[in-house]
Design a protein around this ligand. Structure first.
Ligand code: GLY
Length: 605
């Protein structure tokens, strides 16, 4: 058992049945979609020191995403998201003269129309910006607990945790997306909101054709959404829209027009706010006009860390993403030479680093406006050296003794969405946004036409008890009015040794966001993979509790799997891990890769 760095309380808590086992997975199905302007990268001469030669990886025989596939290439601009239409909204704005920030805001609003399971105006998120002139910024538009929220609001009369932090009106935090995107545009964009929102308004008013992926997602969400409102644009008369149908969202179009006309006030005041509050009153919701009026996004300094000669800019608390990524990579950096990708030692060291970083994440991180967060310690190389010293070369370190049921969390994380945008000047935006669960709380705001989040479940609704993701978190992340719930979202920009943008990356998938994003980064900068190979490489995940090393089916060679088991790792297999969307600078331009395990679009020119 490892010793001192971690408080025992976080290692000694009792699990509960994970509520989300009840929820059908809501992904859009396999198959990333490269969209228009697809070209192969030019075969430039080798030798640009800033862009090292790429090395072909070896994946296990039979791995379903073989290496060596080309990415979408564009010489000037690139946008990658889980929705081809939303990525195209970004390039439409850049073709019209907008910068990457204008384009990212356009993409964000368009996603609320075309990727309604996670793109949103009823949720929240984070953006990290790196401008071509070297300025960096991060904006936190995470939801906050309503003023009427209380620490034990999700416990029943017997003190047992209910599912009300996941489903229904009470599950929602005060949405931050509209305030955040508007503030981002105002500070770093060049176009008015009314211009950048045009693609989103058009997509909502005129509609777009539902593809098989969206149709599948809608079908899986049927019980969850129709339970609160029988007829919505996704379920006319309670029936799911089929592939090939046109999804037209007139109520959402009117809401977007109000925001385009009045800015964030068009959402937080007036008839849209009235609709949201009226919806709350239909259920057991507690968000009031006062909550909406008080919502404010927060500008923060990005977490800046380095891995070898590369610099990472990522999201500070209220997200745990940047700190936990920095801590994990700092631990790995202590090894002068890291093992080959796919080896027993590679998975052991990476999993052990994540395990240690997540113990800190789950115990020490929360909204910095409410609790002191030891940022300097957790991101320091000295501390990483101390943690690295607790990793045995020959055996896994148990996080704690597990209850048997915790060993078998048979679910894939299917939540949230990330998008990356770069422009011809070299400005870059990484944004991750979410409703938490796919389709959020299941509640659709009548009259205003958007889904509401179930972000309250990201608090420790009962400290010490696992949340929807099986995360066991402490008292520091307990519910308090006005507090932001701890997130794992990790929008990240990586700079090369010449301080040029190399990667713009982030992911969806609850806590696997951190491990998935950082493995793509490691694959590119440690293993020198191409971006496409880095995205297709099999992934692992460790979040301390449950104390298991999760891997993708077929992604670890059988002898390696045997070795990891014999070292004491409880190996847990899932079909797929994490939904990453990324852009990488290459010679002559940019490569964009939407998640090959899901659907999406890389669009550039
Ligand atoms: N709702 C998932 C996260 O913020 O980590």
């Amino acid at each position: 058992m490892m010793s001192s760095p971690f408080p025992r309380s976080i290692l000694q808590v009792a699990p509960r049945v994970v509520l989300s086992l009840l929820l059908a997975a809501c992904s859009r199905g396999p198959g990333g979609t490269g969209a228009s302007d697809v070209r192969l990268p030019p075969a430039g001469p080798p030798g640009d020191p800033a862009i090292p030669a790429r090395v072909a990886p070896v994946f296990p025989a039979g791995w379903r995403l073989p290496a060596g596939q080309p990415a979408t290439f564009a010489p000037q601009v690139m946008a990658v998201s889980n929705s081809p239409e939303a990525s195209a909204a970004a390039t439409e704005i850049m073709r019209a003269g907008g910068n990457a920030v204008d384009a990212a805001v356009a993409l964000g609003f368009a996603l609320a129309v075309t990727w309604p399971e996670a793109g949103n105006i009823g949720g929240g998120g984070y953006s990290v910006v790196r401008l071509a002139d070297g300025r960096v910024a991060a904006i936190d538009y995470r939801e906050i607990a309503p003023l009427a929220a209380t620490r034990d609001m999700y416990l029943d009369a017997n003190g047992k945790l209910t599912d009300k932090s996941v489903y229904g009106h009470l599950a929602s935090g005060v949405p931050g997306a509209v305030a955040g995107l508007s503030a981002l545009l105002e500070r770093y964009g060049t176009m008015p909101l009314s211009r950048v929102m045009q693609p989103a308004i058009r997509l909502a008013r005129e509609g777009f054709v539902v593809d098989t992926a969206l149709a599948g997602s809608i079908a899986r969400a049927r019980g969850m959404v129709t339970r609160f409102q029988r007829s919505t644009p996704y379920f006319p008369n309670g029936q799911p829209l089929a592939a090939g149908a046109r999804l037209v969202q007139p109520d959402l179009a009117r809401t977007l027009e109000a925001i385009a006309q009045y800015g964030a006030a068009g959402f937080y005041k007036g008839w849209v706010a009235d609709s949201l509050v009226a919806e709350m009153r239909r259920g057991e919701g507690i968000i009031t006009h006062e909550d909406l009026l008080r919502y404010t996004p927060v500008w923060r300094a990005p977490i800046r860390t380095n891995f070898r000669e590369y610099t990472l800019l990522s999201m500070p608390p209220s997200s745990s993403g940047g700190v936990t990524t920095a801590e994990s990579l700092n631990i790995l950096e202590q090894y002068p030479a890291l093992p080959a990708y796919g080896s027993t030692r590679w998975f052991h060291l990476v999993g052990s680093a994540y395990q240690r970083a997540f113990i800190d994440r789950n115990a020490k991180l929360a909204d910095p406006a409410f609790v002191p967060v030891p940022l300097a310690q957790l991101t320091s190389k000295t501390y990483a050296r101390q943690l690295q010293g607790t990793i045995s070369e020959t055996r896994a370190t148990p996080t704690r003794e597990l209850e048997p049921r915790m060993q078998a969390l048979p679910r894939e994380p299917e939540h949230t969405t990330h998008y990356s945008v770069v422009d011809a000047q070299g400005n870059a935006v990484a944004t991750t946004t979410t409703l938490n669960n796919s389709w959020g709380s299941g509640v659709w705001v009548r009259g205003a036409g958007f889904m509401l989040n179930d972000e309250m479940d990201d608090f420790a609704a009962q400290p010490g008890t696992p949340n929807m993701f099986g995360l066991v978190q402490g008292e520091q992340n307990a519910i308090q009015p006005g507090k932001r719930m701890l997130s794992a979202m990790s929008p990240t920009i990586v700079l090369d040794r010449d301080n040029q943008v190399l990667l713009v990356v982030g992911a969806a998938g609850g806590p696997t966001i951190i491990t998935g994003t950082s493995q793509v980064i490691l694959n590119v900068i440690q293993h020198r993979m191409t971006l496409m190979d880095a995205m297709r490489a099999p992934r692992i995940h460790h979040q301390a509790l449950p104390d298991s090393l999760t891997f993708e089916a077929g992604g670890i060679a059988p002898p390696v799997l045997d070795s990891l088991r014999s070292m004491g790792h409880a190996m847990r297999q899932l079909r797929a891990l994490v939904n990453v969307n990324a852009i990488m600078r290459v010679k002559g331009g940019w490569e964009g890769v939407p998640e090959p395990r899901r659907s999406g679009g890389a669009v550039g020119y």
